[in-house]
Design a protein around this ligand. Structure first.
Ligand SMILES: [Zn+2]
Length: 140
């Protein structure tokens, strides 16, 4: 199970809404405990594609995040991006670009802006396997 606080969920949601009509993206870091993952920090990234169907993260922003994650003693748990006009499922491009099997890929669909849908996946780009990762809001 992947756990996220309501506060961090809201931070992701607001970033995705603010970035419309473009896709938004970011990274999540935290800890692993008893087979579960707990998001402790959300990093909002610039989608340097400024596009509604693609995203790319700026390498210099990624370097800074990796540094901050290390400084906090956290692990990089995964990333998130929004789908402004498509369901919360990985696109063929998302699968092709999923380089890390150990990451949790969070996809937030804003097709209905009043009812955002967040799904989380493990993606194996080599065999195309996509698995749902259960997630929940945790109260701390
Ligand atoms: Zn996508």
């Amino acid at each position: 199970m992947l756990y996220i606080t309501q506060e961090d969920y809201n931070i992701i949601l607001e970033h995705c809404k603010k970035s419309l009509p473009n896709e938004a993206c970011g990274l999540v870091a935290g800890i692993r405990k008893n087979g579960n993952k707990f998001i402790k920090k959300v990093y909002l990234m610039t989608n340097i594609d400024f596009n509604s169907k693609h995203f790319s993260m700026a390498p210099e922003e990624q370097f800074a995040v990796v540094k901050d994650i290390r400084a906090n003693g956290y692990l990089l748990l995964g990333n998130f991006h929004s789908h402004p006009h498509s369901p919360a499922m990985p696109s063929s491009e998302d699968i092709r670009l999923a380089y890390d099997k150990g990451m949790d890929y969070m996809i937030l669909s804003l097709i209905n802006i009043d009812k955002p849908v967040l799904n989380v996946f493990n993606i194996n780009r080599e065999n195309g396997n996509v698995l749902f990762v259960p997630w929940n809001i945790v109260i701390i």
